[in-house]
Design a protein around this ligand. Structure first.
Ligand code: T4K
Length: 408
């Protein structure tokens, strides 16, 4: 029996749980209260509402709501300097930005990409009349495995589209070498990698073009939005034209463009969030470190650590579950956490190669993407944002620990 007055913290701490025969999992779980409000995988960073109102008033007074207004132009300038890139354009969302990137690079035929990503990556290719060719991923980063790229290159390949998954940088040097050898373009889907740097070099400086998603669920956002960074000013000019219907000037529409413009309200939010983004990333670093400290000795549970020389943004906190060692599968843990009002996500399950619309692609064959397939069945993304209380993280970790230690 538990000694009367045993502190809550003591009950759950470390080895006590493992050694006490009386503390059945069910009993322990019953002692942990479910969160009164849902704890989602993330929560958008919000600017001070009073500051938003000031910006909205400015927009109202200017009466310029969209079409490359002053807020968008200012945000392009400020984001360019924050991300340390020379050429940056803003868009209504990241997906349309990816499509515009494919268009200005005049891609055709096949593009090698990863199946371990959000649906938008291959979808943007297909909307650009390109064929995604899925490449397996590295086990350490879950990013495209450069050693698997070359065998997928055919005379029809025009580009490589890797993804910096969870903000962890791809093997950028190796990928560029392959691209140079075969004269392929490289578009990075850097949707998760806002502010990341590798050996002092900004992530947006790799490849021909990088795309940052500025969606509300991202570390930094403009409600909806996307940014492209280019390795040449000419590409920015092209993209700026294409996002505005291909209009060069009032009488010259020179290309069949689209509507990919960011509006002034989006840009206003972006400007305000730029003021607090460093604090948010620092707070996320602390959240990640608390998770790591409290989850580190759970058998069958692993997570990413910081990579030396990389400036991380802590966009997500994925854990990987080895069912045998942990005692439960990833899916069982996902369901268990739901009982406590914790809504984790299985980013990225199912693999894109398993989508109905991509199942018939050659590289989607059973067994041709073994590393990605295994990871997709084992990854669970825990709640992460910079405003999470230490007590919330603590409870999430305790639930996972108690659930694991009494596994089958
Ligand atoms: N490439 C990659 C690798 C991407 O991950 C993405 C987007 C893109 C390209 C395309 O970029 P965008 O076109 O989106 O700019 C979310 C996002 O909608 C999506 O932007 C993101 N990737 C993807 C990884 O995650 P869902 O379907 O998981 O979103 P949702 O609505 O379920 O949101 C997750 C949780 O966040 C909710 O349970 C609650 C919370 N949330 C969400 C929203 C939207 C809030 O608290 N408030 C909110 O306003 O896709």
């Amino acid at each position: 029996m538990l000694a009367e007055g045993t502190a809550f913290a003591e009950i759950y701490s470390g080895s006590y749980i493992f050694t006490s025969a009386l503390l059945e999992r069910g009993f322990l779980m019953e002692l942990i209260e479910s969160f009164p409000e849902p704890v989602f995988v993330t929560q958008p960073l919000l600017p001070d509402i009073n500051k938003v109102m000031v910006k909205v008033r400015q927009i109202w007074e200017s009466k310029q709501l969209t079409n490359n207004g002053p807020m968008v132009r200012k945000l392009e300038e400020e984001l360019g300097s924050y991300l340390k890139v020379m050429n940056l354009s803003l868009f209504s969302n990241g997906t349309i930005a990816l499509q515009i990137a494919c268009r200005i690079l005049k891609l055709s035929g096949e593009v090698i990409t990863t199946p371990f990503t959000f649906a938008a990556t291959p979808h943007a290719l297909v909307w650009s009349n390109l064929k995604p060719v899925f490449c397996d991923v590295e086990n350490e980063t879950l990013n495209m495995d450069p050693d698997c790229i070359e065998k997928l290159i055919t005379p029809g390949t025009s580009a490589i589209m890797p993804v910096h998954v969870y903000g962890n940088p791809c093997a950028v040097e190796k990928i560029q070498k392959i691209a140079d050898r075969y004269a392929l373009k490289v578009i990075y889907d850097a949707a998760h990698a806002f502010g990341v740097e590798v050996a002092g070099k900004p992530i947006g400086a790799f490849g021909d073009i990088s795309m940052f998603s500025l969606h509300a669920t991202k570390v930094y956002h403009s409600v909806e939005g996307g940014a492209l960074t280019f390795n040449h000013p000419f590409l920015k000019e092209e993209a700026d034209m294409l996002r505005n219907f291909g209009i060069k000037n009032e009488e010259n529409i020179i290309e069949p463009g689209t509507n990919g413009k960011m509006n002034e309200l989006q840009a206003a939010i972006g400007l305000l969030l730029l003021e607090i983004i460093d604090e948010e990333i620092e707070n996320r670093r602390k959240v990640a470190n608390q998770y790591r400290a409290q989850l580190m000795d759970i058998p069958g549970l692993t997570f990413f650590r910081d990579i030396e020389g990389v400036k991380h943004n802590y966009a997500y906190f994925p854990i990987r579950i080895d069912c045998k060692e942990f005692g439960h599968s990833r899916d069982e843990l996902f369901e268990e956490l739901k009982k406590f009002n914790i809504f984790t996500r299985k980013y990225f399950y199912p693999l894109c190669s398993r989508f109905m619309c991509y199942r018939n692609l050659p590289a989607a064959d059973e067994g041709s993407l073994p590393v990605a397939e295994k990871a997709a069945g084992e990854i669970l993304v825990l709640p992460m944002h910079g405003r999470m209380g230490a007590d919330v993280i603590d409870t999430i970790c305790r639930i996972i620990r108690v659930y694991s230690s009494h596994g089958r």
